[in-house]
Design a protein around this ligand. Structure first.
Ligand SMILES: [Zn+2]
Length: 351
C-alpha cells in the first residue's frame, strides 16, 4: 500500500496556541484520495492513499479515519474534535442522489452515495462538492487572486471548470454548472467531435487531445520545419518545449489554443461577470514563470478582451491558478466550514 504522509512543519501543529475549529478536507480522485486536516484556515497535516488499494469506499474512508485519528491523538485531540468534513470528487455529481453520475476513472464505484458512506464512517457531517468547484473555491478564498466572483478553468485531458459567485460554488440544477469544456464554440458542420459525443465543444479544441489534433492539422497545412513533425508521442508538454525553443508551429498551436479559450471566456464572462478567470490544470504550456505560459495567457487575453463589454474587460483579470495540488483539499475544507455555518445545513448531520 502506498501510504505517505506529510506534516506541515511551517504550520500550527495542532496545539492550543492556534485558533479555529478542526475540519477535514478530502479530495477523492480517480487514482488517489488526498486528505488534509485544517485548523481554521491552516493546513496542519496532509496524507494520501491509493483508491486501487481498497475494495470499497467504506474501506478507503476507514483507512482515512484511522490515519486522521492517529494524527489528532498526537495533538491530544480525538475525532470528536473534528467539526465537519468536506468531500471533493472528480466527475459530475448528481445533486439529488449525491452520487457520482458520471466520471472517467471511478467506474467500479458508480452510483454509490459517497457522502453518506463517509458520514457513516466518521460519524460527522459531510459537505460534498465537485473537485473543480473545490479548486475554484480554494482559489477564491486562499489563492493569490482572491475574489468573490471567480471562474476556474482546469485544462488537462478534459476541460473542467468551477464557478464561484458571492463566495459560493454554483453547480446548477443537474450538477453540470461550470462544465465549460462542453460549451459549444464551433458551430460549423465539420466541427470536431467532443469525447462526450457532441460536436464543437471547447474540450475538443482545448483538451490535450484537441491540442494535439490542432498541431497535426497545422503540420499538414505547411512544409515548415518543426521539431513536432514526425514526433512519435506528440504531447502538450512537447509542444510547450518546442515553442520555448522558438518552433513556429508549436507557437502557433499554443496561440490557437489560447484563441479558443479566449473566445469561450468572452462568452461566459457575460453570464457570470467574474472578477477573475483562472487557468489551472496540467496543460498550461509551462504556466507562470515561463515565456510559453505567458504567451499562452497573452493570446487568451488578446482574444477575449476585444469581445467583451468594456465594463467587463476593464476589470476582468485572467491569470494562472496558484494553489496546485492542494486546491482540492483546501476547497473541500473551506466548503465544509461554509456549510457548517449555514442555518439550513445540507450535510448529512449525524450528531
Ligand atoms: Zn463535450
Amino acid at each position: 500500500m502506498n501510504f505517505a504522509s506529510t506534516k506541515e512543519s511551517n504550520h500550527n501543529n495542532g496545539d492550543d496556541s492556534g485558533g479555529g475549529t478542526w475540519v477535514l478536507g478530502i479530495d477523492l480522485g480517480g487514482t488517489t484520495i488526498k486528505f488534509g486536516l485544517f485548523r481554521g484556515d491552516k493546513l496542519i497535516w496532509r496524507n494520501h492513499i491509493r483508491t486501487d488499494d481498497f475494495g470499497s469506499p467504506e474501506a478507503a474512508f476507514q483507512s482515512c479515519r484511522d490515519s486522521v485519528e492517529r494524527t489528532l491523538n498526537e495533538s491530544s485531540k480525538t475525532i470528536e474534535d473534528l467539526h465537519a468534513i468536506g468531500l471533493a470528487m472528480a466527475g459530475v455529481l448528481d445533486p439529488k442522489a449525491e452520487a457520482l453520475a458520471e466520471t472517467a476513472n471511478l467506474h467500479r464505484w458508480h452510483h454509490l452515495n459517497f457522502r453518506q458512506q463517509l458520514a457513516d464512517v466518521f460519524q460527522k457531517p459531510v459537505a460534498l462538492l465537485n473537485d473543480a468547484d473545490a479548486a475554484a473555491l480554494a482559489e477564491s478564498a486562499h489563492g493569490l487572486c482572491r475574489a468573490n466572483s471567480l471562474v476556474l478553468m482546469t485544462l488537462g485531458t478534459g476541460v473542467g471548470g468551477g464557478v464561484i459567485l458571492d463566495g459560493r460554488p454554483i453547480r446548477g440544477a443537474n450538477g453540470c454548472g461550470g462544465e465549460i469544456g462542453h460549451a459549444t464554440i464551433d458551430f460549423s458542420t465539420d466541427a470536431r467531435m467532443c469525447g462526450c459525443g457532441f460536436p464543437g465543444h471547447l474540450e475538443a479544441y482545448a483538451g490535450s487531445a484537441g491540442v494535439i489534433q490542432t498541431a497535426n492539422e497545422i503540420l499538414k497545412q505547411t512544409d515548415a520545419v518543426s521539431a513536432l513533425r514526425g514526433m512519435k508521442s506528440l504531447t502538450p508538454l512537447a509542444i510547450a518545449n518546442a515553442a520555448a525553443d522558438g518552433d513556429s508551429i508549436a507557437i502557433r498551436v499554443i496561440h490557437q489554443t489560447g484563441v479558443v479559450i479566449g473566445r469561450s471566456i468572452a462568452m461566459f464572462a457575460h453570464v457570470v461577470d467574474p472578477d477573475v478567470v483562472l487557468l489551472g490544470g496540467a496543460m498550461t504550456f509551462g504556466g507562470p514563470g515561463t515565456d510559453t505560459g505567458k504567451q499562452f495567457l497573452q493570446s487568451i487575453r488578446e482574444e477575449c478582451f476585444p469581445r467583451t463589454l468594456v465594463q467587463i474587460s476593464s476589470h476582468l483579470k485572467i491569470e494562472f491558478a496558484t494553489l496546485g495540488n492542494d486546491a482540492g483539499i483546501v476547497g473541500a475544507a473551506h466548503y465544509s466550514r461554509q456549510m457548517a455555518g449555514e442555518t439550513s445545513w445540507p450535510g448529512t448531520a449525524i450528531r
